[in-house]
Structure formats: structure tokens, C-alpha cells
Write a protein that binds this ligand. Structure first.
Ligand code: HEC
Ligand code: HEC
Ligand code: HEC
Ligand code: HEC
Ligand code: HEC
Ligand code: HEC
Length: 447
């Protein structure tokens, strides 16, 4: 038995080497991660020298507040594209035009009349309030070369989708490494076993050969208690799964149909911060939230015919998104080159996602306005959904559970003052839940 010391030192060495390997592999992951973090700042864009004296940064602000409603830099909107406009007209003309284009046209200026006629004689707003320095700034902004505007996103800015990709790669690497570590461990255990056997043999220790044993299933069948426990377990487990399966019948949670236009809540409600009420205004005042008509879309999309480069993700390209906006134009009959409606429209048939049974009464304004429940509580983080889906199960249990635990906001609501007093006496509580207010009565939800 003295020889045991030998075995111990071998195993100890093995443990040490495994520990060493693990630390090595972990630190190499850390190194993988480091360059990614430092690479980003390189994307800082240097503003190119402006063609005109003027501050393009100030100019951009002025442009966005005053001109962007009708002009884009590189594409025609209500007015013509303005990039490089200082090459087309001289400054004196531009000052006059921007201060009051109507006067310039009336004076018979050939260039002015020509521009006016080329653009369907849509009058441009006058900007007498802009100083010549302001206009210089705007011209400086419109003189920036296109490349500068389209450079890679600056440091700190996140490119949606890119993370997902990186995550996938590093996850795979980690998985691969773990498999490798496991494989090495198995090989090592095997080797250890061999070494131990050899050591034992060298020392003349007899390793007892395995006694012939009952096959495991025979032993199992013989033990009636084990058989009983196992069958009960199997029954319970299958009952659990069958119940779960049956409860799903008619439950459309996670339903996310393909819509006729790929409309992204992530881009509209998320990145562009458009309030839900802008499009679903009825949710505050009525039973249904409603889907906006295409006119609402055109409030913005008369001028937004394409997405910015940074909006594209690994999954959806800019060309794809622009194509979806083109579908919107086709549906409302908007000719973006002529900037007018053609009159040829075709309805967009949105696929309905949420759909309660017809025997259930659900009212949005009761929940959104009276109860002050956020849209997200029932619909999930919609502002992150690229594709809209049914977030909640919409089962009776879901409604009732929430009524049981959500307190009704009584403060400042006269309608509730009296009923609150009576009910809180009845239940002996300070705060009432929707359930105690009658939110569990069948008739409230069922016609
Ligand atoms: C209400 C819409 C509208 C706004 C706002 C507007 N423009 Fe215009 N702009 C037009 C239209 C339309 C034309 C084409 C001429 C016409 O029909 O009067 C035009 C023409 C021009 C032209 C001549 C383009 C060419 O190709 O010759 C310049 C320069 C110009 N705008 C600059 C500006 C600047 C700078 C601003 C912001 C301070 C501005 N515009 C704001 C509608 C607008
Ligand atoms: C710019 C307009 C717009 C804004 C802003 C907007 N939505 Fe929508 N929403 C739509 C359109 C269009 C549809 C139908 C297409 C679809 O399902 O993707 C829709 C569908 C939905 C649906 C599914 C409707 C169904 O068929 O059951 C829900 C839920 C929803 N929106 C919630 C929200 C919430 C919550 C917000 C605010 C975070 C929001 N929406 C902001 C336009 C908008
Ligand atoms: C308040 C302004 C606004 C309204 C209203 C609006 N959009 Fe947009 N939409 C935008 C902006 C801004 C972008 C481009 C975002 C970018 O470049 O990152 C965009 C992009 C898009 C795109 C391309 C990206 C995507 O979501 O697939 C489609 C398609 C689109 N809109 C459809 C619609 C439809 C349909 C409606 C009406 C239900 C609508 N939009 C209403 C501002 C609006
Ligand atoms: C208490 C939960 C709850 C809240 C809060 C809620 N909704 Fe709903 N929403 C529902 C249910 C349930 C339906 C399905 C209604 C039906 O089928 O009759 C629905 C349906 C919709 C629809 C599909 C069209 C319709 O009206 O049936 C839209 C769009 C929608 N909700 C938007 C919103 C917006 C925007 C908000 C926030 C202002 C909001 N919802 C807040 C539960 C909720
Ligand atoms: C996120 C929590 C929540 C969910 C989910 C919810 N409710 Fe409610 N509901 C409330 C609250 C809070 C009130 C009390 C509003 C008030 O009157 O102040 C309420 C009130 C009601 C009322 C009026 C009850 C009364 O006493 O007059 C009806 C009807 C109702 N809900 C139906 C539904 C139905 C149907 C569903 C499921 C499709 C549902 N609710 C899901 C929170 C919820
Ligand atoms: C807070 C709202 C609410 C209350 C209160 C409520 N229900 Fe329901 N009930 C629902 C909803 C929502 C559904 C639809 C569930 C679905 O489609 O999966 C439903 C479905 C049902 C169904 C049909 C089940 C099926 O699978 O089709 C029956 C029966 C029913 N409820 C009976 C009752 C009775 C009885 C009461 C009173 C004790 C009651 N409900 C109270 C919301 C409610």
C-alpha cells in the first residue's frame, strides 16, 4: 500500500495539466475579444475641406430644420437634389433664390423660371430670415462630397445585426474549444487508467477481474419497487406533455405571418422613435387599436423613398428595404420621380395577427387609458420586432392572472372614489386589484 504515493502524484500532475490547459484556452478567448473592441474608433470621419467658406456642421442643422422637408442631397424630393448646387448657380443668385424664389421668378430671371418649370411650378417657401452666413453654411453642407456622408458608422454607433453575427462566431469557437477539451479529458482518463494498470502490474498488485453480473435490465425487472416508481414517473411525464400540447390548441402565441409589405416596428418605433399613438391612435380612445391607413405612411414617405445605409442589417439589405418602400408607393399610386399621385391604387391586405374569439370583449382604451397599462406589457418589446408577432398567449388564464395581480389606479379618479370606499371595506384592503373590482365576472369579458 506504500506505493499509493506514486498514483497520487500522477493524478496530481494530470489535474495540474488540465487546469493549465483550461486557463490557457480561456485567456486566448480574452485575446480574441480584445481587437474587436479597439477597432471601432478608426471609423471616425474627418470632415473634408468645404468648397465654400462656411460651416458644414451648422449647415446640416439648418438644412434639416428648413430644407429637408422638401429637399434631399442626392435624390429628387419635392424640390431637386441639392448636392453640389454651388456648381450650378452662383452665390448671389442662391441668396436671392432662397430669400424669396417667387420674386426671382417674377423678375423673369431665366435660370429661376427654368427651375420652376422643371419642377411642376411648385413654389418654394421663402426664407427671408436666413442670413447670408446661414446660407453659406447650408451651401457648405451641400458641397460635401457624397463619400463623407456614406462612410461606415462612426465609433460607438451600433450596426444592428452585426452583433448577432459576431455572437454566432464566438459561440461556435467556444463550443468547438469545449468539445476539444472534453475529448482531451477522455483521452487522458483512458491513459491514466492504462498507466495505473501498468503501475499495479509492475508492483505485483492484482487488479480483481470483473465478476460476471446480471444484465442491468434483468436486475431492473426483478426489483418491483423500481418498476413501479419508473412507471409512475413515465405516466406523470407523458401526462404533463400531453396536457401542455392540448393547452396549445387554438393558442397562436408567437404567430408572425409574412405581411404584404415588410414593415419593421424596429425601424419605425425603435430606431426612429415614432410613438405608437402616431399610427395606432385609436388605442387610447376606442375598443380597437387599429392599423393605420396608407395616408398616414405617406405623411413621411413622400420624402423617404429609401433607407439610410446604416439601416441595412446582415439579414435585410438596403436594396430589400428600398424595394419594400417601392411596394408602398405602388399601393398608394405615388410616382416618386414626378412627385405626384397617379390615381392607380391597390389596397394592402395586412394579415391580422391578434384575434380574440368573437365571444370575448376586450377594450383597449379601458386598459391603456383608464388602467394605464403600457402597450409593451401585453404586446412585448414591439420597438425591437423586425417582424410583428403575437407576444402574449391571449388565453383566458392570461387575462384573469393579470386582473388578479394588477392594482387599479384610484388616485384622482372620481369615478372610483365611492366604489373604492365600499369595496376596500368589503375586502379590508387599501388597494384594490382589477379582480376585486369585478374583473373576474364572466359577463365583463363574455357577451
Ligand atoms: C416647401 C418645399 C421647399 C422647401 C422647404 C425648400 N425648398 Fe428649395 N425648392 C423647392 C422646389 C419645389 C424647388 C424647385 C423650384 C420651384 O418649383 O420653385 C426648389 C428649388 C431650390 C433650389 C434650386 C435648385 C436647382 O436645381 O436649381 C435651391 C438652391 C433650393 N431650392 C434651396 C433650398 C434651401 C437651401 C432650402 C432651405 C433653406 C429650401 N430650398 C427649402 C421646394 C422647397
Ligand atoms: C409608423 C406606423 C406605426 C407605428 C409607429 C407603430 N405601428 Fe404597430 N403596426 C403598424 C402597421 C402598418 C401594422 C400592420 C403590419 C404588421 O403587423 O407588421 C402594425 C401592427 C401592430 C400590431 C399587430 C396587429 C395585429 O394584426 O394584431 C401590434 C400589436 C402593434 N402594431 C403594436 C405597436 C406598438 C406597441 C407600437 C409602439 C411601440 C407600434 N405598434 C407602433 C404601424 C405602426
Ligand atoms: C413618422 C414618419 C414615418 C411614418 C408615419 C412611416 N414611416 Fe416608414 N420609414 C420612416 C423612416 C424614417 C424610414 C427609414 C429609416 C432609415 O432610413 O433608417 C422608414 C422606412 C420604411 C420602410 C423600409 C424599412 C422597413 O421597415 O422595412 C418601409 C417598408 C416603410 N417605412 C413602410 C412604412 C409604412 C407601410 C408606413 C405606414 C403604415 C410607414 N412606413 C409610416 C418613417 C415613417
Ligand atoms: C391589456 C393588454 C393590452 C394592452 C395594454 C394593449 N393591447 Fe393591443 N391588443 C390586446 C389584445 C387582447 C388584442 C386583440 C384584440 C382582439 O382581437 O379583439 C390587441 C390587439 C391590438 C392590435 C390589433 C388591432 C386591433 O385593434 O385589434 C393593435 C394594432 C394593438 N393591439 C396595438 C396596441 C397599442 C399600440 C397599445 C398601446 C397604446 C396596445 N395595443 C395596448 C391587448 C393589449
Ligand atoms: C396587463 C394586465 C391586464 C391584462 C393582460 C388584461 N387586463 Fe383587463 N384590466 C386590467 C386592469 C388593471 C383593469 C382595471 C381597469 C380599470 O377599470 O381601472 C382591467 C379591466 C378590464 C375590464 C373591465 C372590468 C370592469 O370591472 O369593468 C375588462 C372587461 C377586461 N379588463 C378584459 C380583459 C380581457 C378580455 C383580457 C384578455 C384578453 C384582459 N382584460 C387582459 C389589466 C389587464
Ligand atoms: C378577464 C376576462 C375574462 C373573464 C373574467 C372570463 N373569461 Fe372566459 N375567456 C376569456 C378569454 C380571453 C377567452 C378566450 C381564450 C382563448 O381563445 O384561448 C375565454 C374563453 C372562455 C371559454 C371558452 C374556452 C375555449 O377553450 O374555447 C369559456 C367556456 C369561458 N371563457 C368561460 C368563462 C366563465 C364561466 C367565466 C366566469 C367564471 C369567464 N369565462 C370569465 C376571458 C375571460
Amino acid at each position: 500500500m506504500k506505493k499509493m504515493g506514486d498514483h497520487n502524484s500522477i493524478t496530481r500532475r494530470l489535474y495540474l495539466s488540465v487546469a493549465l490547459m483550461l486557463t490557457l484556452s480561456l485567456s486566448s478567448f480574452a485575446q480574441d475579444a480584445a481587437p474587436a473592441a479597439t477597432a471601432a474608433p478608426a471609423a471616425e470621419t474627418a470632415a473634408p475641406a468645404a468648397a465654400t467658406a462656411g460651416d458644414p456642421v451648422k449647415g446640416k442643422d439648418l438644412f434639416n430644420t428648413n430644407c429637408a422637408a422638401c429637399h434631399k442631397l442626392d435624390a429628387k424630393a419635392t424640390g431637386p437634389a441639392l448636392r453640389g448646387i454651388s456648381g450650378k448657380h452662383d452665390k448671389a443668385w442662391l441668396y436671392k433664390w432662397i430669400h424669396n424664389s417667387g420674386d426671382l421668378i417674377k423678375s423673369g430671371d431665366a435660370a429661376a423660371v427654368k427651375v420652376f418649370e422643371e419642377n411642376n411650378k411648385v413654389p418654394m417657401t421663402s426664407f427671408p430670415q436666413l442670413s447670408e452666413a446661414d446660407i453659406d453654411n447650408i451651401i457648405a453642407y451641400t458641397s460635401e462630397p457624397k463619400a463623407a456622408a456614406a462612410t461606415a458608422p462612426a465609433a460607438g454607433e451600433k450596426v444592428p445585426g452585426a452583433d448577432a453575427n459576431e455572437g454566432g462566431v464566438s459561440n461556435n469557437v467556444i463550443l468547438g474549444a469545449l468539445t476539444l477539451v472534453m475529448a482531451i479529458l477522455i483521452v487522458m482518463l483512458f491513459l491514466v487508467n492504462n498507466v495505473l494498470r501498468k503501475v499495479a502490474a509492475a508492483n505485483g498488485i492484482n487488479v480483481a477481474p470483473k465478476e460476471p453480473t446480471l444484465p442491468i435490465w434483468k436486475a431492473f425487472v426483478k426489483n418491483q419497487f423500481l418498476v413501479l416508481v419508473t412507471s409512475i414517473f413515465l405516466l406523470l411525464a407523458s401526462g404533463y406533455f400531453v396536457y401542455g400540447y392540448l393547452m396549445q390548441v387554438g393558442n397562436d402565441q408567437e404567430y408572425a405571418p409574412i405581411q404584404p409589405i415588410h414593415y419593421s416596428h424596429r425601424i419605425h418605433a425603435g430606431s426612429n422613435g415614432i410613438n405608437c399613438n402616431y399610427c395606432h391612435s385609436a388605442a387610447r380612445v376606442g375598443k380597437t387599436a387599429g392599423i393605420p391607413s396608407l395616408n398616414v405612411c405617406m405623411n413621411c414617405h413622400k420624402n423617404i423613398s429609401e433607407v439610410s445605409d446604416t439601416t441595412a442589417t446582415a439579414e435585410y439589405s438596403k436594396a430589400f428595404y428600398d424595394g419594400e418602400i417601392a411596394k408602398l408607393y405602388k399601393a398608394v399610386g405615388w410616382d416618386k420621380d414626378a412627385q405626384k399621385y397617379t390615381g392607380k391604387t391597390q389596397p394592402v391586405k395586412w394579415v391580422r395577427i391578434h384575434n380574440l374569439q368573437s365571444f370575448v370583449y376586450f377594450n383597449h382604451s379601458q386598459h391603456v387609458n383608464v388602467a394605464g397599462v403600457e402597450c409593451q406589457t401585453c404586446h412585448g418589446p414591439v420597438e425591437t420586432f423586425e417582424i410583428q408577432k403575437q407576444f402574449a398567449p391571449l388565453t383566458m388564464k392570461w387575462c384573469v392572472d393579470c386582473h388578479r395581480k394588477t392594482e387599479v389606479k384610484m388616485e384622482g379618479n372620481e369615478y372610483y372614489a365611492k366604489i373604492h370606499e365600499q369595496l376596500s371595506k368589503k375586502y379590508g384592503v387599501e388597494k384594490l386589484t382589477a379582480a376585486q373590482m369585478g374583473g373576474l365576472e364572466c359577463g365583463k369579458c363574455h357577451y
